[in-house]
Design a protein around this ligand. Structure first.
Ligand SMILES: NC(=O)c1ccc[n+]([C@@H]2O[C@H](COP(=O)([O-])OP(=O)(O)OC[C@H]3O[C@@H](n4cnc5c(N)ncnc54)[C@H](OP(=O)(O)O)[C@@H]3O)[C@@H](O)[C@H]2O)c1
Length: 306
C-alpha cells in the first residue's frame, strides 16, 4: 500500500511517501481502506520524536475515515463495506496510508450525511474537545470560558460545543482569522497580535488552552477564584498554577466508539457545523505536515487518500 511515513525523527521533510506492506486484521480488529486522514497538531511532534516511538518506519496520523475492507476474528458489529471513521488507539500512529488495522471497539459508523473528509477532520479534534469541555471542565450553561487558539482544529470544535452548552465564549486568534472565529459563534474574539488577552479578560469560570508555552501558563490569570483550566498542548501534565484558588486539568482523551457517535450526533443536529478544511493528496502529506508545523492556518488539513 501507499503510505507517508518517517524512518528517522526530524522536521517535516523527513516524511517519505512510498510503499509499505498491507496490514492484516488481527482478532477484534478491522482493516479500513482509508479514504481520508487528517493532520493533527500532534503529528509534527511525533515526527520530531517528542513521543519517542522507536520502531521505524512510523506512519504518521491518528484519525481516519474509510470503508471496512476486512474483518478479524470476533468482530460481529462491523462488516465489509461499512463506512466508518475513528481515532487509533492511544499511543498509536498510522493513518496517512491506504489501509490500517484498528480495534473495532474504537471505530464508529460514519453518518451518510458526513463526507469522509469531514469525518476524518472531526474525529480527533471532536474527541478532544468533547473530553475537555464536557468531561473534564464540565462546562455549564451560563458560564464564561476562554478558548485559546480559536482557529485551530480542536478549538474550532470546542467553541461550537461550548456555545451549544449555553456558555459565553471568548477566544483568541491572529488578525487573519478573527472573522473565521467569530463565525464559529465566539461572543468575543481577541486578536493576540495586537492585544494581550490577560489584560482584557478577567473572571472566567473556565479556560480551554490549546496553544501551549507562555499562553498556557498565563491563562491562569483570567480565572475567577474556583475557576478551572484544561490544557492539551503542554505535555502529559497540566502546568502548575502560581495561585492556589484554581484547578489545572489535563483531560484524558480515551478512544471509544461512543465519542465518535457523539461527534456524529452533534454534527447531524447542527450544533457543530462542517469543518473548514484544506485538502492535500497523500503524496503531498509532507507539504500538509509543514503547514501544520508552522501552526498558523485555519480549521483542518486533510489528506485525500483515495
Ligand atoms: N489527546 C490530546 O491530548 C490532544 C489531542 C489533540 C490535540 N492536542 C494538542 O493540542 C494542540 C492543538 O491541536 P490542534 O490540532 O487543534 O492544533 P492546530 O489545529 O494545529 O492549531 C493551529 C492553530 O493554532 C493557532 N495559534 C497558534 N498560535 C496561537 C496563539 N499564540 N494564540 C492563539 N492561537 C494560536 C493558529 O491560529 P492563528 O493562525 O490565528 O495563529 C492555528 O489556527 C496541539 O498542541 C496538539 O498536539 C492534544
Amino acid at each position: 500500500m501507499k503510505a507517508a511515513f518517517i524512518q528517522k525523527f526530524g522536521e517535516p521533510e523527513v516524511l517519505t511517501y512510498g510503499e509499505l506492506p498491507d496490514p492484516v486484521a488481527g482478532p477484534g480488529q478491522v482493516v479500513v481502506d482509508v479514504v481520508a486522514a487528517s493532520i493533527n497538531g500532534a503529528d509534527p511532534k511525533v515526527a520530531a520524536g517528542e513521543y519517542k516511538q522507536v520502531t521505524f518506519p512510523v506512519i504518521l496520523g491518528r484519525d481516519f475515515s474509510g470503508r471496512v475492507g476486512a474483518v478479524g476474528a470476533g468482530v460481529s458489529d462491523l462488516a465489509v463495506g461499512d463506512e466508518v471513521f475513528g481515532v487509533l488507539e492511544t499511543g498509536r500512529d498510522g493513518t496517512y496510508c491506504e489501509k490500517l488495522a484498528v480495534g473495532a471497539a474504537v471505530v464508529a459508523k460514519k453518518p451518510a450525511g458526513l463526507s469522509h473528509v469531514d469525518a476524518a477532520a472531526l474525529a480527533l479534534t471532536g474527541l478532544t474537545a468533547i473530553c475537555a469541555v464536557e468531561e473534564s471542565l464540565k462546562l455549564q450553561a451560563g458560564e464564561t470560558i476562554l478558548i485559546q487558539g480559536g482557529a485551530g482544529g480542536v478549538a474550532s470544535f470546542a467553541i461550537q460545543l461550548a456555545k451549544h452548552i449555553g456558555a459565553r465564549v471568548i477566544s483568541t486568534t491572529s488578525t487573519a482569522n478573527l472573522d473565521f472565529v467569530r463565525s464559529l459563534g465566539a461572543d468575543q474574539v481577541i486578536d493576540y497580535k495586537t492585544t494581550d488577552f490577560a489584560r482584557v479578560v478577567k473572571g472566567c469560570d473556565a479556560v480551554f488552552e490549546t496553544v501551549g508555552g507562555e499562553v498556557a501558563t498565563r491563562s491562569f490569570d483570567v480565572l475567577k477564584p474556583g475557576g478551572r483550566a484544561a490544557f492539551i498542548a503542554s505535555g502529559a501534565q497540566a502546568p502548575k498554577p502560581a495561585r492556589s484558588d484554581v484547578t489545572a486539568l489535563r483531560p484524558a482523551v480515551p478512544r471509544t466508539r461512543k465519542y465518535m457517535e457523539r461527534i456524529a450526533a452533534l454534527v447531524q443536529s447542527g450544533a457543530v457545523r462542517r469543518p473548514h478544511v484544506t485538502t492535500y493528496s497523500l503524496a503531498d502529506a509532507r507539504k500538509a505536515l509543514q503547514v501544520s508545523a508552522d501552526r498558523h492556518f485555519r480549521g483542518k488539513l486533510v489528506l485525500n487518500v483515495r
